[in-house]
Design a protein around this ligand. Sequence first.
Ligand SMILES: [Zn+2]
Length: 251
Amino acid sequence: MHGMDSHCHLEKMPDGTAEEAKKHINGIVTICADIEDAKKTLGLIDGKFVFGALGLHPESADKYPPKALDDYIQFIFSSRKKLSAIGEVGVDYIWHKKKEEQENDEEIFRQFIELSKELKLPLVVHSRGDNAVHDVIRILTGEDCRGSILHFFSGTEQELKDALELGYWIAYNTVICKSKKYEMLIQKTPIGSVLLETDAPWCSPFPDEKGQENVPWNIHESAKKIGGILGMPKEDVLKKTEENARKAYRI
Ligand SMILES: [Zn+2]
């Protein structure tokens, strides 16, 4: 058995999810996206099966005053030993359409980039909306952040090329199972750069049915899909992408 869900939100899932996941995959990286979830996330990390990251989703970032952000950054410093990454952080242009909002996204993102460099942890990068992937690549490139993880990658072919050249990990979400637009990207991504992720409890790989929640072991569905596109057995996809995730997060 192989496989690692490199990005989900375990604190949003029912108790016992990690125990159930042990029957299907080899590990989970749980990603904290909001200050209010940080303590719960830390409590879920065991360093054996559940690994984790602390960050601040751009969707939540502007609800906190600067002081709360400073305190959170201090909290992350003091939690360093339990962490495998900083994230998710980044920019969201679906949520933030105004120029000043987008500038604010970038400013906060840059604070977390600094933090990741000081703590020597990789970044888990969120980018959503027109130009978002382009902008995060621009921002990261100036900062020399090789080894960053581009969560839920959905950029263009050129952006994929740039990201690969710059040494970023490309994380494909379970939504690849129900959207054709990822097939070309998957064909052009060397399997040695791919991570699998669910973003559970959201982003189920199955057609939209009411109440369908995603679970970490649905990476099996992604592996099947990618295996079909690349002509690889599903188990090999799970094995290789688990190795990648362990390298990316140094776990
Ligand atoms: Zn997420």
